[in-house]
Design a protein around this ligand. Structure first.
Ligand SMILES: [Zn+2]
Length: 276
C-alpha cells in the first residue's frame, strides 16, 4: 500500500459514502450481505435483516447520513455488537437510534458505563452470554468468546457468533488475534467464515507477514468453511503499518486456494451487495 493510494481511497469515500450507505440499507436481499464500513455488516436472509457493529469512523459520515438513520434502522430486526473497540462500537451512531425501536444485542461483558455512553435506556439492550442462542428475526445467533486476546495476553473481550439461517451456517469470529485453531468453538460444519484480515501488530508492510499468514490460513482451514469472506480491509483511520488491504487478502486467498482449490472466496467492497 502507498500513501497516495490510501489518500485516493479516502477522497473517494468522502464522495461516495451516502451511496454506499444507500446500497447497504436498500431493499432486503435473500442471503446477502453488504458492508458499509470495513467491519460493518448489513446481513439479510429469510426476510430478516441484522446489522453487525454499525460504525461511522469519521464525523463527516454521521453528518452525511444522520437524516436517514431512523428510517433505515426501522427495517432492521436487531443490531448485534461484538466488542468495544472504536472501529466496532460507535456510541454516537447508537445514540441516534434513540427514537428507533431496534433491539441492540450486546455482549455480557459490556460495562454499564459503556452502555450508558450511548445515552440509550437500558431497556434497549439484550445482553448475551457465551453459549447463549438467540433468535433475531429469522436468524439464530449463538454467542461464543472469540480470541481477541493475543497469545501474550494483551487484548480485549470479544463475542463471536455462529449465525444460522434456513440455508447457511456462518461463523463470525470478528477480530481474531490468536489464530490457534483450538480457540475455535465446537460448532460443527460451517458454510461461510467471515475473516477479518489481520497479520500481526504493525506488520502490514512486512510482506508476506509471516508467521501470521500461515497461522491465519491454518485457522481458516480448521473451520472447514467452504466459503470465506475476507473483510476489515481499508480501515482508513489507520497508518500504513496497521492497514490491511487487498494485498493481504490476496496473500491469504493464494495460500487458501493452494491448500484447498475448491474454496470459494468473497472479497467484498463497500456498498456492493454479495450473495452468500
Ligand atoms: Zn477489535
Amino acid at each position: 500500500m502507498r500513501e497516495e493510494w490510501k489518500a485516493a481511497a479516502y477522497a473517494d469515500l468522502r464522495v461516495r459514502f451516502p451511496a454506499i450507505w444507500d446500497a447497504a440499507f436498500a431493499e432486503k436481499g435473500e442471503h446477502t450481505f453488504t458492508l458499509f464500513g470495513p467491519s460493518c455488516y448489513v446481513l439479510d436472509a429469510d426476510g430478516s435483516r441484522v446489522v453487525i457493529d454499525p460504525c461511522l469512523r469519521f464525523p463527516w459520515m454521521t453528518d452525511q447520513i444522520a437524516a436517514r438513520i431512523r428510517n433505515d434502522f426501522a427495517r432492521v430486526d436487531a443490531v448485534v455488537l461484538t466488542h468495544a473497540h472504536e472501529d466496532h462500537f460507535d456510541t454516537t451512531l447508537l445514540s441516534m437510534l434513540r427514537n428507533c425501536p431496534v433491539p441492540i444485542v450486546v455482549p455480557e461483558f459490556f460495562t454499564p458505563e459503556q452502555l450508558a455512553s450511548t445515552s440509550l435506556p437500558d431497556t434497549r439492550f439484550i445482553r448475551v452470554r457465551a453459549g447463549e442462542r438467540i433468535r433475531l428475526g429469522r436468524f439464530i445467533f449463538t454467542a461464543y468468546r472469540s480470541a481477541h486476546f493475543r497469545p501474550s495476553g494483551s487484548g480485549i473481550d470479544e463475542m463471536g457468533y455462529l449465525i444460522e439461517t434456513s440455508r447457511q451456517r456462518m461463523l463470525f469470529p470478528c477480530d481474531v488475534r490468536d489464530y490457534n485453531p483450538a480457540k475455535l468453538p465446537p460448532v460443527g460444519e460451517v458454510d461461510t467464515l467471515f475473516l477479518h484480515v489481520w497479520l500481526g501488530t504493525a506488520n502490514a508492510l512486512n510482506l508476506p507477514c509471516e508467521p501470521f499468514l500461515s497461522d491465519t490460513v491454518r485457522f481458516v482451514l480448521a473451520t472447514g468453511a467452504r466459503q470465506v469472506v475476507l473483510a476489515h480491509l481499508m480501515e482508513l483511520a489507520r497508518t500504513l503499518p496497521e492497514l490491511w488491504t487487498y494485498t493481504h487478502a490476496g496473500l491469504i486467498a493464494d495460500a487458501l486456494i493452494a491448500a484447498r482449490p475448491d474454496i470459494n472466496i468473497l472479497l467484498p467492497r463497500l456498498g456492493v451487495r454479495l450473495t452468500l
